[in-house]
Design a protein around this ligand. Structure first.
Ligand code: ASP
Ligand code: MG
Length: 417
């Protein structure tokens, strides 16, 4: 049986019109026997992160939940004439937040996964409801019936053997009856039946895991850009679409922080030799980018930029240091914060990470031993296949805090404007 996997991310689900558009894409473009993976709608994951933070810190979380609820209800009002049944389903999903808030548990990562996964549960329920209403023969399968993981909350590691057999069982029992299966990206389950998540932007990874386990023909990721771009078209007018790319080149881009695809997505597809197609949901008739094992022709300079970063410079205050490079990095790892840039200088360390509240605890623990300079509003730029001209175009008049160069890669930390 030829299986296909299609993934729709948050932006493609952000409005009622976008959900209608997904229906058009499915009825006109998507092969029967496809697994459809959906993320949370719009910016709902960020909103739910705030709920998790508030619960953990013992602050008022109800208000944030109201925002999440209103967003989904408004979208449903625009999609359906009668919203009674779908409202009930939304309320049933949201009630779980109260249960988690009542639980006595001070493991932030655990709370985070139970709360933040609700975005995907809501979106998949609404999309399935809409598609069925439109006559699409589709069933909703809970991702926890497909993807098994360990208990590393917020960065769960896949149990491939169990996942493989669960995927097979679900496909066997569904694809005789329905044309499509819809499921949530980003989430899995541990062996105590707690929800786990695979890391921010992890829905792409879900698509790739499902493709590998079902030996799919291809994975298509539908995005708000025409394909893989050489830079973010919203920020740089030099951005152009790349038609063909190797998995290795895509990995280098993703690793540098390009938001195109979650880095973990690539390896399972590369290993199983499954093509990945990235294309525009707004212009579904255009070709997009195809990523395969084929070697690259000459690639243009590729720019990636991570915003909302914090730049931290640590300078030891004492001659005798107990903290090593490794122990510093380990503290970020323990708080599940990705270090996007790390450099050791003769007498200090430079670090760039996404700015979030968990950072303070790390800075507090480092502060007795280091004097700490910390700047917010920072961007981390990486240019692959760099040239002096492109560097000039990208940096313009921005203030550079720190630069790093190697053969054909240029990285810099700059103040965002
Ligand atoms: N909803 C999750 C996030 O925003 C997963 C995803 O979109 O891939 O990080
Ligand atoms: Mg997303």
């Amino acid at each position: 049986m030829a299986i296909f996997v299609h993934k729709f991310g948050g932006a493609s689900l952000a409005t009622a019109d976008n959900v209608r558009n997904i229906h058009n894409i499915i009825s006109e473009k998507i092969e029967s026997k496809s697994i459809i993976v959906v993320s949370a709608m719009g910016k709902m994951t960020n909103a739910l992160e705030k709920v998790a933070e508030a619960i953990y810190q013992g602050h008022d979380w109800q208000q944030e939940v109201e925002l999440v609820k209103t967003f989904h209800l408004e979208l449903c009002k625009s999609l359906f004439d009668d919203t009674v049944l779908i409202e009930d389903q939304i309320n049933d999903i949201l009630i779980e937040i109260e249960w988690i808030a009542d639980e006595v548990n001070d493991n932030y990562d655990y709370i985070y996964d139970q709360i933040v996964s609700i975005g995907e549960l809501l979106s998949s329920t609404i999309v399935q409801y809409y598609l069925s209403d439109k006559g699409v023969n589709i069933s909703l399968v809970d991702a926890r019936d497909l993807i098994s993981t360990d208990q590393s909350y917020r960065r769960a590691i896949i149990d491939w053997t169990t996942t493989q057999s669960k995927v097979k069982a679900v496909l066997d029992s569904n694809f005789g009856k329905v044309d499509y299966i819809i499921t949530q990206g980003f989430i899995g389950v541990d062996d105590e039946n707690n929800t786990t998540t695979l890391g921010r932007e992890g829905s792409d990874y879900t698509a790739s895991i499902l493709a590998k386990c079902s030996n799919a023909e291809s994975v298509t990721v539908w995005k708000d850009v025409p394909g893989i771009m050489s830079a973010d078209p919203k920020k740089y007018d030099i951005a152009k679409k790349i038609d063909q790319l190797s998995y290795s080149a895509l990995y280098a881009m993703a690793d540098a922080g390009a938001k195109v695809i979650h880095p973990k997505t690539i390896l399972p597809l590369k290993e199983a030799n499954i093509p990945l197609v990235v294309k525009s949901y707004a212009e579904p008739n255009t070709v997009g980018t195809t990523i395969t094992n084929q070697e690259d022709e000459i690639l243009p300079p590729i720019v990636t930029r991570l915003d909302d970063q914090r730049y931290i410079r640590l300078t030891p205050t004492q001659f005798q240091q107990t903290q090593t490079e490794w122990s510093i990095l380990n503290q970020f790892e323990e708080q599940k914060l990705d270090v996007n840039f790390f450099q050791k200088h003769a007498l200090s360390y430079s670090i760039c990470v996404r700015d979030e509240f968990k950072l303070q605890a790390i800075l507090d623990s480092l502060s007795p031993e280091f004097s700490i300079e910390s700047n917010t509003g920072i961007s981390l730029v990486t240019i692959l296949q760099t040239t002096p001209e492109i560097q000039q175009t990208i940096i313009r008049s921005n203030t550079i805090v720190m630069e790093q160069r190697s053969a054909n890669v240029y990285r810099c930390i700059m103040k965002s404007k």
